[in-house]
Design a protein around this ligand. Structure first.
Ligand code: ATP
Length: 906
């Protein structure tokens, strides 16, 4: 049936389409129909074409300069009839490509699995009820409800719309939102102007709509043109690019050096073949070929560690940046607080009521604090009724507790109404809803229009932020239910009293429309009668309090940017510990409001962003200005957001953080990271993991470079001294290939060091390797040179064969790498401080490596392949001593640095 529609969708009437698709606009499809259609049309998913087929990914492993060198070397060696060497080099190339292929696929798969963890959901009408279901489960004929922030889940023919605007940039590249409407269009309307269609994967930026699914999966517009390729360069980050560039530079330098070596050697009368082998050995040894792959793997491991702590990374570079975060700008409700609201106080017509009970359990009472019982206060009762009617949530009784389906703020209002013995069902029957204006943070209120059989007008109930509602009221209701003049000052002081205890306060009002009105609009929300206030607690999350403290100790500033009232925000900020020990002054107040901010220039904002910790009633535009101001000050900013309008700020921030539970699809799309629990503590955990990842990367680099340096130096020294090469190319290949995987990679599993959150954030502008680390790399490289060269010459002096002497040299390299690996488990601390077995992978890696070295030394086949020979105990003692020596020297150097760092400053 969909083929019929493909051509005529926009010119057919919505009703016709519904009939043709055999659906019901009021009830939607039923379960059986859904089942049969799902079987017929399949899941609503666009088949993702992989960036490259596995074969291409495998072949791409050969697209590296080092591999070219090796392949040429293998070719030339074969041409010289050195078949074994040629075969070994070729095998190494194949093994290398296979390992690279496996690692890359594994990292890509891990990331792909993560992207699936954030499923897009859609609101669908089925069997007369609205369900929130994963978009993949949709079938043609489903009736979909859209609201701002949603991602359009399939191709829809709109049936109804209210100010609906959709960002179609995913399809058209045009980022300005397109207004949509349900009316029928002429047949010749071009695709881009078919305003009555909403296309899959586009984003609703404003308004509401209802539409019927006309195409799913590959049949959608985006499915047809889809190049939804899991992009080949997803594994790239600024750091991996920097490292690749560094490797390329090094490659050129080393190739020039190798060519020079060859030329110098030949000019000095050495054999061309020997010099060729030396040049190849130099190139193979000195190029850190494993580096880019190791960085990618370490990042991928970081990503899965973060996922385990409920932070899903959407863009890989965030893993790097997280560790350098200096400021976290966080929402309040639900992120720093638990978002489980309970109304504690009601104020109406000069009377105050306290509510007992806890959570969403509707058992409790309203105790008058000022004498007038609830039954005698018409304003208070209508205030509670307004909370019940102007409400989209429902209460559910679970086995052990009560829960809310919908917005917790609204859930709390249902509970308070029940405590006042108002019946939801009865109220909804007496005053059925005709229309509504949903809550949007930019308007800060919600309104509903109701039918009233008994009256000659139709009531409108409004609830929202107190200032906004008061602004629209000109009267108030008294205890008898009579309109009287409004005293804003009294209400204001009641508000302040409630808010200063940290209560979230909502105001309620009533308006009216003519009896024939069926719709309401923002313009109708005027001349209201004020009904009362309800103040609800939303306690801080205990884990957020700890996380704030941890962040502060880690030199990370926390800014709370909330839509709530400044007084509430201040009270919560104090409970959470955001004021720290800072003393509030006029120049540096704790809280600023959106009004204060609006008056400030961008220049002034730079200073304010630095000093002020809480921004209340902040608008999304101000969030964006704040991020920019902080960034101008050199901060690395993580910013949370959930709404459509938060998207620009999320994109601007160094790390945009979206809420996985309460966030809109638009916000998730714009974010670098999604929190699956909306919890501030999760951001802190991700920062901690980010620091760990960076540490491990640095450790790997510091561990791997001395080997390349040492091998390069050994070859150069041998050539310039005119002596036999202590290492052959195949032996260097052996060292590099086995140790990178069995030793170096194990550093990626190193647990985070204790005290990782007691250091200042890393400045991303400074290079990874500072002077201290460069010096350490040189020291170890030099130890390898002296150790390997010295042992080789000693062995020759002892009358050992070239093969045995080279075996000694190879073992020296590996042994120093093993001992130095333990040094590298921390860049500053001693291994004993970390605990010997805190990283079991290292133990496993070292044991396997040792076993391999024994095979390399004693197994005849290995002797044959790698030109090695068995060696005796006296050689092993030297090898072991060199390793221990390296460990002691580096340990001493680290100890000196620690002492130096602890010296009293003068
Ligand atoms: P944060 O940005 O920290 O999560 P928030 O949730 O309080 O804070 P908004 O959701 O923008 O921010 O709410 C702003 C104000 O709008 C609230 O203080 C409240 O007065 C009012 N409000 C919140 N939810 C509703 C709702 N469902 N209906 C009517 N008004 C609401």
């Amino acid at each position: 049936m969909e083929i019929l529609f493909e051509k005529h969708l926009h010119q057919l009437d919505a009703e016709e389409i519904i009939t043709l698709l055999d659906s019901d606009p009021q009830k939607g499809l039923d379960r059986f129909e859904v089942e049969s259609r799902r079987e017929r049309f399949g899941p609503n998913a666009i088949p993702v074409r992989d960036g490259h087929s596995p074969l291409i990914t495998f072949l791409l492993q050969f697209h590296q300069p080092l591999i070219y060198i090796l392949l040429v070397a293998s070719g030339i060696t074969a041409a010289l009839n050195e078949w074994i060497d040629a075969g070994v080099i070729f095998t190494v190339v194949m093994v290398n490509a296979t390992i690279g292929f496996l690692q890359e696929s594994k990292a890509a798969k891990a990331l792909e699995a993560l992207s699936k963890m954030t499923v897009t959901e859609a609101r669908v009408l089925r069997s007369g009820e609205i369900h929130q279901i994963p978009s993949v489960e949709l079938v043609p004929g489903d009736i979909i409800l859209l609201q701002s922030g949603d991602k359009v889940p399939a191709d829809l023919r709109l049936m109804r719309s209210r100010d609906l605007q959709i960002d179609e940039s995913t399809l058209t590249g045009e980022s300005a939102p397109v207004p949509k409407a349900a009316e029928t269009l002429p047949a010749n309307t071009p695709l881009a102007e078919r305003r009555n269609l909403a296309y899959s994967t586009t984003l609703v930026t404003y308004g509401q709509g209802r539409g019927i699914v006309v195409a799913t999966g590959a049949k959608t517009e985006v499915g047809r043109i889809s190049t939804l390729v899991s992009t080949a360069d997803v594994l790239e980050t600024p750091l991996t690019r920097k490292i690749s560039a560094f490797s390329r530079l090094l490659l050129i330098v080393i190739l020039v050096l190798a060519a020079l070596t060859f030329a110098v050697g030949v000019m000095r009368g050495q054999s061309g073949f020997d010099m060729f082998m030396a040049a190849v050995a130099l190139a193979v040894g000195a190029i850190p070929e494993g580096l880019p792959a190791a960085v990618t793997i370490t990042l991928a491991i970081g990503v899965s560690r973060m996922a385990r702590r409920r932070a899903i990374i959407r863009k890989l570079p965030a893993v790097e940046t997280l560790g350098s975060t200096t400021t976290i700008c966080s929402d309040k409700t639900g992120t720093l607080t638990v978002n489980q609201m309970t109304v504690r106080e009601v104020y109406a017509a000069g009377q105050k009521y306290e509510l007992s009970g806890s959570g969403y359990c509707p058992d409790g009472m309203l105790d008058p604090r000022t004498g007038v019982a609830l039954a005698d206060n018409a304003a208070a009762r209508e205030c509670l009724l307004a909370g019940l009617l102007c409400n989209d949530s429902t209460l559910m009784q679970k086995e052990t507790h009560w829960d809310v389906n919908g917005d917790p703020t609204e859930g709390a209002l249902l509970v308070s109404a029940r405590k006042a013995e108002l019946d939801d069902w009865q109220a909804q029957q007496c005053w059925p809803r005709l229309d509504s204006i949903p809550f949007e943070s930019q308007h800060q209120y919600m309104a509903t229009l109701h039918n009233d059989e008994s009256g000659d007008t139709r009531p409108v109930y409004v609830k929202g932020a107190v200032e906004v509602i008061l602004d629209k009221c000109n009267l108030a209701l008294d205890t008898k239910g009579q309109p009287v003049s409004l005293d804003s000052d009294v209400i204001q002081s009641q508000l302040e009293e409630m808010a200063s205890q940290g209560l979230r306060v909502l105001a309620f009002a009533r308006g009216k429309l003519a009896a024939e009105s069926n719709e309401i609009d923002h313009g109708d929300i005027t001349n209201l009668t004020f009904l009362g206030l309800q103040g609800m607690i939303d306690p801080p999350r205990p884990e957020a309090i700890d996380a704030v403290r941890t962040c502060q100790a880690a030199g990370i500033r926390i800014k709370m940017i909330t839509g709530d009232h400044p007084v509430t925000a201040r009270a919560i900020a104090r409970k959470i510990g955001l004021n720290g020990t800072e003393i509030e002054t006029e120049q540096a107040p704790l809280v600023m409001t959106s009004q204060d901010l609006a008056e400030k220039s961008d220049q002034e904002l730079i200073d304010i962003a630095e000093k002020v910790s809480v921004f209340a009633r902040a608008t999304p535009e101000q969030k964006l200005r704040l991020v920019k101001a902080l960034q101008t000050n050199g901060h690395i900013v993580a910013m949370t957001g959930d709404g459509v309008n938060d998207a620009p700020a999320l994109k601007q921030a160094d790390i945009g953080v979206a809420m996985g539970v309460g966030g809109t699809e638009v916000a998730k799309e714009a974010a670098d990271m999604v929190l699956t629990d909306d919890n501030f503590a999760t951001i802190e955990a991700a920062v901690e993991e980010g620091r760990g990842v960076f540490d491990n990367l640095t450790k790997f680099i510091v561990w791997t470079l001395p080997t390349n340096m040492g091998e390069g130096l050994v070859i150069l020294a041998a050539i310039f001294a005119g002596v036999t090469l202590p290492l052959l190319p195949v032996q260097i290949l052996w060292i590099n290939m086995t140790t990178a995987v069995l030793l170096g990679l194990m550093l990626a599993f190193e647990p985070k060091e204790p005290g990782i959150m007691r250091r200042a954030p890393r400045n991303p502008k400074i290079p990874i390797l500072d002077k201290v680390l460069i010096l350490r790399i040189c020291i170890v490289g030099f130890i390898m040179l002296v150790g390997a060269f010295g042992s080789f010459e000693w062995a020759l002096g002892q009358g050992l064969s070239d093969a045995a002497a080279r075996t000694v040299a190879v073992n020296v390299f590996v042994m120093v790498e093993i001992f130095y690996l333990f040094n590298c488990r921390s860049l500053t601390k001693s291994m004993l401080a970390l605990g010997l077995f805190t990283n079991r992978w290292i133990v496993v890696g070292v044991a396997t490596m040792m076993a391999l070295q024994l095979a390399f030394t004693y197994l005849p086949l290995m002797n044959y392949l790698f030109h090695t020979a068995p060696i005796g105990w006296d050689a092993w003692w030297r090898i072991l001593l060199t390793g221990v020596g390296a460990y002691v020297i580096v340990g001493f150097e680290k100890w000196l640095r620690r002492k130096w760092a602890q010296r009293p400053s003068v």
